[in-house]
Design a protein around this ligand. Sequence first.
Ligand code: NAD
Length: 492
Amino acid sequence: METYDHYIGGERVAPASGEYFDSENPYTGEVWAKVARGNAEDADRAVRAAKAAFDHGDWADMRPTQRGKLLVRLAEIVEREAVRLGELEVRDNGKLIAEMGAQTRYLAEWYRYFGGLADKVEGAVLPSDKPGIFNFTRHEPLGVVGMITAWNSPLLLLSWKLAPALAAGNTAVIKPSEYTSASTLEFMDLVKEAGFPDGVVNCIAGFGKEVGQPLVDHPHVDKIAFTGSDVAGQRIYESAARKIMPVTLELGGKSPNIVFEDADFEAAVMGAISGIFAATGQTCIAGSRLLVQRPIHDRFVKRLIEVAGAATIGDPMSPDTHVGPVTTPAQYEKILSYIDVAKEDGATLAMGGKPYTGQGAKGERFVEPTIFTGVSNDMRIAQEEVFGPVLSVIPFDTEEEAIAIGNDIMFGLAAGVWTSDIGRALRMSEKLKAGTVWVNTYRAVSFMSPFGGYKRSGQGRESGQEAIKEFLQTKSVWIAHETSVANPFIIR
Ligand code: NAD
């Protein structure tokens, strides 16, 4: 049995309460780790360590080029440890090793990219309309950034925040999900090995209300970067408003994946499958509303059922598995309850719809890949995020109708379009209200490309050059170089 303590000021620190909680392997159901159960006292300790590191000492004095070198060094260490980190993630969140391994091998790119960007943040010398005064801008770090992450891709979601925040010169207090704390806590050893001064990066484990909320409310936390549900995101946004504190919020989605009759049929089928059954549907960008143009609707659904029906379900550590367990018991219950809701609302169950107990299944964590047809966009199954392997298929006739249905939702994280008509691809990408639009592909993300939500899917952007601005504030500096006695009673 592993035991994980907090990481504060460069040291492993036992929780103030002395309490630990269990971390389970979702596939075997076994408790494999004990994790520090943080509270407000732990949050305070971590924030004080981060504030001290921000205010004075090696990090505060460090030039951006040196910060960049530390990030590049971290990238090399992360690359070396990618396989181990991937296995650790699977043990905690039960997602496929194929998926988590690909994520952890890709992680290093965020540290390398933002390491390179650290010394390319430039202010401007501004033209002045005031004789004798020189005016320029500086982009400065915010201070202590609280980073709160979800369980579905712990290290990827963390790296989207940590790499730009450190490149910008901030310090960090991280609160990973209570379901998947181990990989983030182990990641702290890599941060230390890379040579970041103590206190620059801290990590406290525990539950949202017990340690996450005190972190958000702490007077010395200057920003929260959050990934999670829209419900928790809203609560954090409200708390942040009381402090007038900036936030980035990466929240849920109910993304439309739209297939036109002129699409490459087989590619679109695979895109639809990848949109909903990859990661057992436990991904914010799930293409959980599949809009199919009516002339190909029945043939498309038939082929979807064939492909999904052939998926191998079972052990996430096996490279041959396509669909793994659901990560948490609460999530499992939620998925099954939404299947009932869809049936009650009159959707037609075309495939699946119950717990999977066949070969490869263990415990009560598997749900069959499920497809509902005859869904209308006003049903709850089309409007609410399930976060599981449940697809709603909605037929449509025209491009205008597809846009109207696609946008008739409170979320706006992503959208997919499948067509061979370039004009239609461009029109759709312009009209769909989502932070990401994929045409003839799905689930592509990169350290170079901004990612984030429209509407209730969030605030701010992660990745790409603009992500670093989320962790900076602009100062305007005015220097008078000619002394003239101005009238002190009027604005200059
Ligand atoms: P969640 O909102 O339940 O929890 C997320 C994190 O917030 C956890 O660390 C939790 O402990 C913490 N938390 C909860 N309440 C808090 C509070 N009051 N104060 C401070 N912290 C609090 O979400 P989850 O179930 O872990 O993750 C699934 C959700 O995350 C889905 O809605 C999914 O769409 C979303 N998600 C979004 C993205 C994205 O980039 N947009 C990526 C992955 C997941």
